[in-house]
Design a protein around this ligand. Sequence first.
Ligand SMILES: CC(C)(COP(=O)(O)OP(=O)(O)OC[C@H]1O[C@@H](n2cnc3c(N)ncnc32)[C@H](O)[C@@H]1OP(=O)(O)O)[C@@H](O)C(=O)NCCC(=O)NCCS
Length: 162
Amino acid sequence: MCRTERPGDGDEIDEVVFAAFNRPDEADLVLSLREQGAITVSQVAEYEGAIIGHLAMSPVLVNGEDIGWLGLAPVSVWPDCQNQGVGTEMIREAIQAASDFDWAGIVVLGNPAYYQRFGFRPASELGLSCPYPDAGDAFMALALKQPAPTGLVTYHPAFEQL
Ligand SMILES: CC(C)(COP(=O)(O)OP(=O)(O)OC[C@H]1O[C@@H](n2cnc3c(N)ncnc32)[C@H](O)[C@@H]1OP(=O)(O)O)[C@@H](O)C(=O)NCCC(=O)NCCS
């Protein structure tokens, strides 16, 4: 079952993110984004009352401007629960939530084979780039509104700690 994050979920989310990535960096990023009020969409997956998955979206800038685009990151599923559709369900719900709340588009850095099933395309096809020179087709975009912008996408400063 997927739902939005509620007050009191923070510690369990922290554990899931830490376990999914097997290092503290992404869990620290989620904490830092939350502390700075930068998480716009925070979705959790629950199984038998325990949180087994989490994803966050935070606003990104395009050419230095806030034009209603979001960055999807990080996405975390408890290791024993991976490859059972949990990530897919959370991502679909989060995209729907972003659309319902009138956001204009979403970018993600990840595996193209995984994210294309949600409608993401290489961001370069839309004329969007990111500051990470090695990203290539791993930097993807999904426009929720037209026309889609072109230009340089920058994530929240908290991502610089990754
Ligand atoms: C990546 C992740 C969020 C996917 O969630 P999930 O619930 O395991 O995935 P689902 O069951 O929804 O989807 C399974 C598909 O994802 C693929 N997949 C699983 N982990 C993957 C990974 N790290 N990279 C790319 N693809 C992955 C599987 O191969 C499978 O593909 P298929 O449907 O073509 O066979 C999860 O595996 C995870 O937390 N991984 C560790 C953290 C991470 O790498 N996060 C993503 C970067 S932000």
